[in-house]
Design a protein around this ligand. Structure first.
Ligand SMILES: [Zn+2]
Length: 222
């Protein structure tokens, strides 16, 4: 038997590894895998989608359940050790949906710059076999959507409108985007699903319709 290795001092470990604790369920995870929240000068709570806001932060798992629990148990007030403004489930869910939208659009822009995102229906049909994810704007014609779905074997998701998809590609309007890089496709799917989950919180706190289920459209016909 080898003698036990000397452990690093316990208190130094989490910081060194960049770990943070979820303020709701208390699970530890690497900082990049958690939601971060900050408080402004007026004591209002904000989501920090790109983990860049200065100052002290509080963290939560990317889970609707942890967001709900944190609000219910006043976990943000405890984490920041002060009274806070704007800690309602509805306001936070709105911010989280918006944060996910910004993240997805940032990923699509980055993807375009390194040639991992294609647009234009003809080009997408030509690339069909190498596509790993297709996003369809809600203003695409029924016919074009069907044609594309028939040709690809990757997940096909509804996402935003032609203007929003186009903006990520430096174009005025794009009704469909295709992602060719597997890692980027996986990351996009994850962020889109998270946004969908936060959208579901909103439909429980308001009389808004729940977001479209993603799975129903996920797999194109082979
Ligand atoms: Zn949690």
């Amino acid at each position: 038997m080898v003698t036990a290795r000397r452990k690093a001092p316990r208190s130094a470990q989490p910081k060194e590894m960049g770990e943070r604790m979820c303020a709701a369920c208390r699970v530890r995870a690497p900082r990049e895998r958690l939601l971060r929240f900050v408080v402004d000068a007026d004591g209002r709570l904000w989501v920090d989608p790109f983990l860049k806001a200065p100052g002290r932060g509080a963290h939560l798992c990317y889970a609707a359940a942890c967001v709900q629990l944190a609000v219910k148990r006043r976990a943000f007030q405890q984490a920041f050790k002060r009274p806070l403004e704007g800690v309602t489930l509805e306001r936070l869910a709105e911010q989280l949906v918006e944060a996910q939208r910004r993240k997805v659009e940032a990923l699509l822009s980055l993807g375009r710059r390194r040639g991992a995102v294609a647009s234009g229906l003809n080009l997408l049909e030509g690339l069909a076999a190498s596509l790993r994810l297709v996003l369809l704007a809600d203003d695409i014609s029924e016919q074009s959507a069907e044609r594309l779905r028939r040709q690809v074997s990757c997940p096909v998701l509804p996402y935003g409108d032609g203007g929003a998809l186009g903006a990520t590609q430096g174009k005025e309007r794009r009704v469909a985007l295709g992602v060719t890089e597997p890692a980027l496709a996986a990351e996009l799917l994850q962020e889109i699903n998270r946004g969908h989950d936060f959208g579901c919180i909103l439909s429980t706190t308001t009389d808004r319709d729940p977001p479209q289920p993603l799975l129903a459209l996920e797999v194109g016909e082979a």
